[in-house]
Design a protein around this ligand. Sequence first.
Ligand code: F6R
Length: 242
Amino acid sequence: MQIFVTKDYQEMSEAAADMIVDLVEEKPGCVLGLATGSTPEGLYAEIAKRHEAEDIDFSRVATFNLDEYRGLPADHEQSYHYFMQKHLFSKINVRPENTHVPNGANPDAQAACDAYEASILLAGGVDLQLLGLGHNGHIGFNEPAPEFPKETHCVDLTESTINANSRLFDSADEVPRQAYTMGIGTIMAAKQVLVVVSGEDKAQIVRDAFFGPVTPEVPASILQFHPNAVAIVDEAAFSLCG
Ligand code: F6R
């Protein structure tokens, strides 16, 4: 795994946007795996800026998001569909029919997850998967567990994730208890993985995930085995390493 340390969040966002824009220019029909959360907001803003200023064309790009809450329709303000629409899709010329997020409104978990996994394969697999890093080492909604889950599946969210995500809802009670997420196998099948991490509160998990033992108790640690993984980490998040 290659790790780049940046001065701050803005520099991290610009460096990550560079990688994504370079790929889109090199391969206009590429398949991007995308993430939600606070960390990628800055890099999505950078991508939108470059689309505007440099006319970067996303019309042939396909996107697949990592995850979605089970039970939230696409137009719910806290759904990941909504997040993507607000922060990226509405700001670039990606075609709506080329954007994919697991269907949280489908109550049939098996059908929703199987269909999602099949659509990724049909698109030819993910060229670059963007990831954020949870405080407990989760990637997507793959929480610490005795084994690495392989494919897109339905998960029960942990208390720590429910509490962390409750900042975006009126109360913790309103956070859905389940989500559909790409599995670790789905993520590892991406040709390239790009993890972005910012802030001192992530320093311990950066050390554990990128320099500690590879274990499903720290799901992101598996990325150490990915043949083409890049982490862009700001100085605060890297402060317990090296
Ligand atoms: C979001 C996702 C999550 C986040 C992680 C970090 O689609 O899959 O794994 O990447 O929870 O979230 P932030 O960036 O808000 O710290």
